[in-house]
Design a protein around this ligand. Structure first.
Ligand SMILES: *Cc1c(COP(=O)(O)O)cnc(C)c1O
Length: 351
């Protein structure tokens, strides 16, 4: 047995979450966003499982990610590359049958000259991040249609705030764009967009984080947790009242306290902002993190789990008890950052 932290990744729950999102918007096709190695959980494993569940449209960020997913899935599934093509990538797009998402005038020009193959057109309707300006639709409508896009899309800036008026503004702007492409499937919603109601679903939804158990779904819609992150206890001991814990002595013990130190740290992707804030669970009993997060070590208060606190015992940092978004919030971050930050040293296990 090793002291390495381990992430058990429940692929069946990713499939269940995909199916739940698919049922939520029955009129739309549900794709799978598997960029950044499927948010740190293994793009090839996740792609294979989603394909088995019936998903046949995928989004990655980089062309290399697309190639890797294509190798895994074989030909057939549609793989969109969100960052779009560079001149030196054109052959890779062709050979791996990848579909670029065109978001800049340069990419538009490049793809117009490339051997005719499908693409998506991405319009920026207000996020001011990436996407063609909607003004181009009127000025170059014919040229755009000549590309025979397979998809037109845009991205919401504030979907995680259902009452933010920006959602309705972007919906309106995107709806206007779709009118110039009456026969082309359209896509606007990321995970949080899937919760905004059928008007936002269009023909294709693009959930990412929700597949992996993150986001804050509305009441009555539950996602399965996907990742169980566990660290091994190295040492169990008693800290005395008045003593401090960890670098910088940022936590002072109010009373004699049973403590345990586990093999997990910021080198594994646990944010230092989780000092004196994160919660771990031993035998389902809450064990607060005391003091700073070190590179390889974290000390926890095991008062509530004294029987189970033994060297070698596994402590949960993400899972059914340590819920992803709650844990992320304790460190002032989001589920996205916790998952994509999980380090290489964390052993991935696919049961
Ligand atoms: C990452 C991304 C998504 C998925 O977003 P989630 O919030 O993880 O669901 C969808 N669309 C685009 C354009 C993205 O960049």
């Amino acid at each position: 047995m090793s002291s390495r932290p381990q992430a058990t990744i429940h692929l069946a729950n990713i499939a269940a979450n995909w199916q739940a999102l698919d049922r939520l918007n029955p009129g739309a096709t549900t794709s799978g966003v598997i960029k950044a190695d499927a948010y740190g959980l293994g793009a090839r494993e996740v792609a294979r499982r989603l394909a088995k569940a019936g998903c046949n449209t995928f989004f990655v960020a980089h062309v290399e990610e697309g190639v890797s997913v294509r190798r895994e899935l074989g030909f057939g599934a549609r793989i969109f590359v969100l960052n779009g093509p560079f001149p030196e990538d054109l052959r890779i797009y062709r050979d791996a049958d990848l579909t670029p998402v065109i978001s800049t005038p340069q990419q538009l020009m490049l793809w117009s000259r490339a051997p005719r193959a499908g693409c998506a057109l991405h319009f920026d309707t207000g996020i001011n991040r990436l996407g063609l300006s909607p003004g181009i639709v009127e000025k170059q409508a014919e040229a755009l249609r000549k590309l025979q896009p397979l998809l037109i899309m845009s991205h919401l800036a504030c979907a995680d705030e259902p009452d933010n008026p920006m959602n309705a503004q972007q919906l309106k702007a995107f709806t206007q764009i779709t009118k110039a492409f009456p026969d082309v499937p359209a896509s606007l919603a990321n995970s949080a967009g899937c919760y905004l109601g059928p008007a936002y679903a269009f023909d294709l939804t693009r959930p990412g984080i929700a597949l992996y158990g993150g986001s804050l779904p509305p009441l009555g819609f539950a996602l399965e947790p996907v990742v169980l992150l566990e660290a091994s206890i190295l040492s169990v001991f008693e800290g005395k009242a008045g003593e401090t814990v960890g670098y910088g002595a940022t936590h002072t013990l109010k009373q004699d306290t049973p403590l345990a130190t586990v093999a997990l740290g910021y080198a594994d992707g646990i944010p230092r902002s989780g000092a004196n804030a994160l919660m771990s669970y031993l035998d389902a009993a809450p064990c607060p993190v005391l003091g700073r997060i070190s590179m390889d070590l974290i000390t926890i208060d095991v008062s509530k789990a004294q029987k189970a606190a033994k060297s070698g015992a596994r402590v949960e940092f993400l899972g059914y008890n340590a819920k992803l978004e709650e844990q992320a919030a304790r460190a002032g971050t989001l589920g996205y950052e916790l998952l994509t930050g999980l380090g290489n040293r964390v052993k991935r296990i696919y049961p």
